[in-house]
Design a protein around this ligand. Structure first.
Ligand code: P6P
Length: 331
């Protein structure tokens, strides 16, 4: 019987000998949050029966919007454990300081608690995205400077995909590893060790309905992806779910490129830099790929504010570099 790796055992075996366990325990906290959110999300379809968000269900419980619920779970699981000096969440305008009554730790957690939650009503997979930094100055912990760090400074990143099964995929800089939740055991078990982008890539993922609002270079890129431009034409199929984590997960397993370009109504793009693009950029680099805003690596962008948006091209390096080439040449 092959070794059964729970995520706890895998994290423990990956941690360096000198580690004191703070970072390892933070990853445990995130895995536990994912289990709690998964249990609620998988029943989300029953909300129609049990009661609408904002109303009360048949048990008389107050129904929260699932993304607000997911945010509260992650915050409550992580704010008092002494691992963090600050957090930032897609659901909260300001960054989250650690209350004085709790010990401050040496790490920073940035996260989108439930991306794509509008897809729940149509039973499409959704996800949690997270990134972890070290505090910038251990003598002055818990400042906005701890939050506004470029992705290059991340020490870990990952996502949870709530779909036909719940998966947690993460990296601490030693490759990308995927774990599938066994609901009977309540354990994440190693199912996808050492995930690497395969060659040749299979898919391109983009919402082509914005074509008329893209730059000439971006328009040329889509035509190239579709094989209209004879120039090392990729042989790709189109897949776009409209749920970032689901599209990203399929592409990291099968190879491909996901693009959410800037367009005239969204000149900075739609996706958020700090807790969506940068964690996924960290992962894709660990899986042998690349992520760009069309001009420069996502990991090099210094955030100026917490909810800053960015255009995003992410996946197999050659496919992403082609986007940069067309945008460089055509604007
Ligand atoms: P569009 C979901 O709302 C989301 O934030 C991402 O998960 C997804 O990739 C994107 O927006 C889809 O946006 O404009 O194509 O509907």
């Amino acid at each position: 019987m092959s070794t059964v790796y729970t995520i706890e055992r895998f994290i423990l075996e990956q941690q360096p000998d000198y580690a004191r366990g703070e970072f390892t325990n933070l990853l445990y906290d995130i895995a536990l949050s994912a289990k709690i959110i998964a249990s609620k999300t998988n029943k989300a379809g029953l909300v129609q029966i049990l009661g609408e968000a904002g109303g009360t269900n048949i048990q008389g419980e107050d129904q929260q919007k699932l993304d607000v619920y997911a945010d509260s779970i992650i915050m409550r699981m992580c704010d008092h454990t002494g691992r963090l000096c600050a957090m930032a969440s897609e659901e909260q305008e300001e960054f989250i300081t650690i209350p004085d009554r709790f010990k401050k730790g040496n790490y920073v957690l940035v996260y989108d608690p439930l991306d794509g939650s509008s897809n729940i009503d149509v039973n499409v997979s959704i996800g949690t995205i997270f990134g972890i930094f070290r505090c910038v100055d251990w003598n002055l912990r818990g400042r906005v400077e701890d939050i506004l760090q470029p992705g290059r400074k991340m020490v870990a990143a990952g996502y949870v995909l709530y779909g036909s099964s719940t998966m947690l995929v993460y990296s601490t800089g030693q490759g990308v590893h995927g774990f599938t939740l066994n609901p009977e055991l309540g354990e994440f078990l190693l199912s996808h060790p050492h995930m690497r982008l395969p060659e040749p890539p299979a898919y391109y993922s983009v919402n082509g309905s914005y074509f008329h609002r893209w730059s000439p270079g971006t328009q040329k890129y889509l035509r190239w992806l579709q094989g209209e431009i004879e120039e090392e034409t990729p042989n790709l199929s189109s897949r776009y779910i409209g749920s970032l984590v689901a599209d990203f997960h399929r592409n990291i397993l099968r190879g491909g490129v996901f693009a959410y370009p800037a367009e005239t109504l969204k000149p900075e793009g739609k996706l958020r830099l700090l807790y969506e693009a940068a964690p996924l950029a960290y992962l894709i680099q660990q899986a042998g790929g690349h992520a760009s805003d069309g001009v420069r690596p996502i990991l090099d962008i210094e955030p100026q504010e917490i909810h800053q948006r960015t255009p995003l091209f992410i996946g197999n390096s050659r496919l992403v570099q082609k986007a940069e080439q067309f945008i460089r040449e055509e604007g």
